[in-house]
Design a protein around this ligand. Structure first.
Ligand SMILES: [Zn+2]
Length: 313
C-alpha cells in the first residue's frame, strides 16, 4: 500500500492542471459511489456517519507533470540531486492516500476530496456557501488530514477557534486507544479546508499526517507514520469524540482571523506560474544548498525517531 502513496506522489498537481485531472481520474473518480460536485470537490459516502473527512487534491507545485520520488529509510523525498520540482506534494497527497485507503477498507465516514485548497480553499469555500445548511445538519465534526508533523490536533485556524479543547483531547485519546505509541495533542494551525466549515459544523480540525517542510523542495513524509495513522483511522471509535462547540457563537479568537489569513497567504498567490504541460525536466546541476537542507531534515527525522524509540524502551 506504501507503493500506492509513492506512485501518487509522482503527480505534480497545481489546481486544475492536467496532472491533477489525471490523478483524480486514476485514484478517486473510480471509487465506489464517487461524485463530483459543481465546485470541483469529489464526495464519497461510506455507511452512516456524522464525521466529514477532508483533504485536497491540488499541490503547490509551480509546474505540473510527473516527478521522481526517492525513499531513505522510512522517509520519502525528492531526489537529493537532479530534479526541477518545487515540492514533494506530500501536502496533501498524504491526506488523499489515507482517505482513499479508508474508503477501500470500508471505514464508515463521509469523505470530501477538496478542489483548490492551495488557492485559498476554493472548493470548500464554495461548498460552505452553496450547501451550508446541509453541512450544518449532517455533520458533528469535520476532520482534515492535512497537517504537518506527527502529533497535532488543530484547535485554531485563521487565528480563530475551530474546535473545542474537549473535542481535541477526546480525538487524541481515541487515537492513542488504538495505537498507544501515537500522541496527538491540541495545537494552533494556519489554514485548511475545514476552517471554511467552522461556522457550520460544531467541531472542525486538522490532524498531523507525517509530512514536514511542505511548500518547499525539502518536503518529506514519514511513511512509517502514515502506515500507523492509517491503522488508527481504520479502527478509530468516533463515538468517543466529545462534541461541545456551538458553531453559531462567535469566539473572541475569531477577530484576528482575516488579518492572519492575509499575512500568511496574501502575497503567495502572486507567485504562481502558469501551468506547463511538459514533464518535469532533468537537472541543470546539483544544488548544494538544497542538498544540504534535505540531508539536515532527514537527519533530524532520524534523530527524532531514535529518541522516540529510546523513550518507549
Ligand atoms: Zn495542504
Amino acid at each position: 500500500m506504501r507503493s500506492t502513496l509513492l506512485e501518487m506522489l509522482t503527480y505534480a498537481r497545481p489546481m486544475g492542471s492536467r496532472a491533477e485531472l489525471k490523478f483524480r481520474r486514476r485514484y478517486l473518480l473510480n471509487l465506489p459511489g464517487a461524485q463530483l460536485d459543481t465546485y470541483g470537490n469529489i464526495h464519497v459516502s461510506v455507511g452512516e456517519s456524522r464525521v466529514l473527512w477532508s483533504c485536497h487534491t491540488d499541490t503547490v507545485h509551480s509546474r505540473q507533470g510527473r516527478q521522481r520520488v526517492e525513499v531513505s529509510g522510512t522517509i520519502a523525498h525528492l531526489p537529493i540531486v537532479g530534479h526541477h520540482s518545487s515540492c514533494l506534494g506530500a501536502d496533501d497527497t498524504t491526506g488523499v492516500y489515507l482517505m482513499r485507503e479508508m474508503i477501500l477498507a470500508g471505514v464508515w465516514g463521509y469523505y470530501v476530496f477538496h478542489y483548490g485548497e492551495e488557492r485559498g480553499g476554493i472548493g470548500s469555500k464554495a461548498l460552505a456557501q452553496g450547501q451550508g445548511a446541509w453541512l450544518g445538519r449532517t455533520f458533528d465534526a469535520a476532520i482534515a488530514l492535512d497537517r504537518q508533523d506527527t502529533g497535532d490536533v488543530i484547535t485554531h485556524q485563521f487565528g480563530g477557534r475551530c474546535c473545542s479543547d474537549a473535542f481535541a483531547w477526546s480525538l487524541g485519546e481515541a487515537i492513542s486507544a488504538v495505537d498507544s505509541g501515537l500522541t496527538y495533542t491540541p495545537a494552533h494551525g494556519v489554514y485548511t479546508d475545514t476552517a471554511e466549515y467552522a461556522e457550520l459544523i460544531p467541531e472542525c480540525t486538522n490532524l498531523s499526517v507525517g509530512y514536514a517542510g511542505q511548500h518547499t523542495r525539502h518536503e518529506i513524509v514519514d511513511l512509517r507514520h502514515v502506515d500507523r495513522l492509517l491503522g488508527v483511522l481504520c479502527d478509530l471509535d468516533t463515538s468517543r469524540l466529545l462534541i461541545q462547540r456551538d458553531p453559531r457563537l462567535s469566539d473572541p479568537d475569531e477577530d484576528r482571523r482575516v488579518l492572519a489569513w492575509e499575512d500568511q497567504w496574501g502575497s503567495q498567490w502572486d507567485t504562481y506560474d502558469e501551468e506547463d504541460d511538459e514533464p518535469l525536466g532533468e537537472p541543470v546541476g546539483a544544488d548544494r544548498e538544497r542538498q544540504q537542507a534535505t540531508i539536515d531534515l532527514l537527519q533530524r527525522l532520524a534523530r527524532d525517531q531514535f529518541n522516540a524509540r529510546q523513550r518507549r524502551n
